[in-house]
Design a protein around this ligand. Structure first.
Ligand code: TRP
Length: 418
């Protein structure tokens, strides 16, 4: 499998063409018209693609229920690189989504070898940051959630080792705990529909998490009792793993339908409505009635020193509670798209598309599109120096962090209660 889509590899070389053509990820642009309000991360191409976002966009537009879930692996302090997904979750909650956050302590323990104590400590820092950004909703730690573990076991009945090998490149030396952390993530993604009602679920993640999304969509489908298909002139409902009497129960719930051996045909009823009725029957029969989860995929901000942003490269980002002086230093030392001499800079202009600070502004520090366009224009025109731009960016960052910290202090108790 390509490096770029392995959740545990480092580095990012995205070929969007391949994403769309080979992986079935779709561009988000065509769906933006459905949304009452388009957030910066969608306007600015920070989210490069999605899987099945349409049901989410429609739920937002029509004010129907949907879930929003994402997870954080507590393998270190939360930092700049986590801010985007946090904002995506908060935005979806503001748009009417029911929020659920998982702290992936099982994954951190299994894959990164972190102690449970560290997982707990870091996990609460992530939650504090989320609440400070305005998150309202539920949260849990994987290792403390028994219903989640039951769901993971159920999901595991649908996944074999050759699938894990094909999807993740697992080999004979892969630990069982690593495989268990994968199935736990599958359960995470389905969990909102078990803890609450079945409904479309949006999972905002980085591109590297797509294998988990694909696997979860397969598992969600495979756990269904019935398959509902639009056949043009009628809708067909087929029993897959339905218990005894399943077909009869569906036929009874759909007046005017015709029951056959193993399937039911319905005429004169829209497919969506049939789907909802069948989901209800499935739930009554003890099934899950899952909607396959949807996902948005964001690109990654480059590290401030160029290359990848990572907790293992301290200068590549800053933590949310780092001292202001240290943060300022990192911004002032960031790799920019400036020219070698001032004369060249004035003559040729800078290169914002190769500048980590322009990216920082584009991702997080400049909400106003007009202002961002002006920063870009002045840079391209050689009207500003990197020094001045760094100063201005540092001021924005420090103002943001000062406010953020104040809020974090106010909501720390919320994180402690999880
Ligand atoms: N694997 C994710 C990471 O490495 C964390 C995670 C666990 C997650 N469960 C999830 C992300 C569910 C999205 C949805 O960061």
């Amino acid at each position: 499998m390509p490096e770029a889509l392995n959740p545990w590899s480092s580095g990012q070389a995205i070929d969007t063409r391949r994403l769309f053509d080979d992986f079935g990820i779709e561009p988000i642009g065509p769906l933006l018209d459905l949304l009452p309000e388009v957030p910066a991360f969608m306007r600015r191409g920070i989210i490069v693609g999605h899987r099945d976002y349409r049901p989410i966009a429609l739920a937002i537009r029509d004010r129907r229920p949907f879930h929003v879930l994402t997870g954080f692996m507590p393998s270190g302090h939360p930092h700049l690189g986590h801010l985007l997904v946090m904002r995506e979750v908060v935005w979806h909650v503001e748009q009417g989504g029911q929020g659920m956050i998982t702290i992936a302590d099982r994954e951190a323990h299994a894959v990164r070898g972190l102690s449970w104590e560290d997982c707990d400590r870091y996990g609460r820092e992530y939650l504090t940051a989320l609440f400070a950004l305005g998150y309202r909703g539920e949260a849990y730690f994987q290792s403390h959630n028994n219903a989640l573990k039951d769901l993971a076991f159920e999901a595991a009945t649908r996944v074999n080792f050759s699938a894990l090998q094909a999807i993740y490149g697992f080999a004979t030396e892969t630990t069982l705990a690593h495989a268990m952390s994968v199935i736990t993530q599958v359960a995470d993604i389905l969990y909102p529909q078990v803890a609450g009602e079945p409904a479309p679920t949006i999972v905002p993640v980085g591109l590297d998490q797509d294998p988990h999304i694909r696997l979860t969509r397969d598992v969600a489908n495979s756990l269904r009792f019935f398959l509902v298909e639009d056949r043009g002139d009628h809708v067909s409902v087929r029993a897959k793993n339905a218990p005894e009497g399943g077909v009869r129960a569906v036929a009874k719930a759909l007046p005017g339908s015709k029951a056959y051996e193993g399937h039911v045909d319905v005429r004169g009823m829209p497919c969506e409505l049939v789907s909802e009725v069948v989901r209800g029957v499935e739930r009554e029969l003890g099934g899950f009635g899952f909607h396959p989860p949807s996902a948005t995929y964001h690109t990654f901000m480059p590290g401030l020193v160029g290359g990848k942003m990572s907790s293992s490269v301290p200068d590549s980002s800053f933590g949310f509670t780092e001292p202001a002086a240290a943060v300022r230093k990192k911004v002032m030392r960031a790799v920019t798209g400036g020219r070698i001499t001032l004369e060249e800079q004035q003559r040729l202009g800078g290169e914002p598309d190769r500048c980590t600070l322009f990216e920082l502004n584009r991702f997080h520090m400049c909400d106003d599109d007009v202002e961002l366009a002006e920063i870009r224009r002045r840079c391209l025109a050689g009207e500003t120096t990197c020094g001045a731009c760094k100063q201005a960016t540092a001021e924005r960052v420090l103002a943001f962090l000062a406010d953020f910290r104040e809020r974090m202090d106010e909501v720390e108790h919320l994180a402690a209660e999880v």
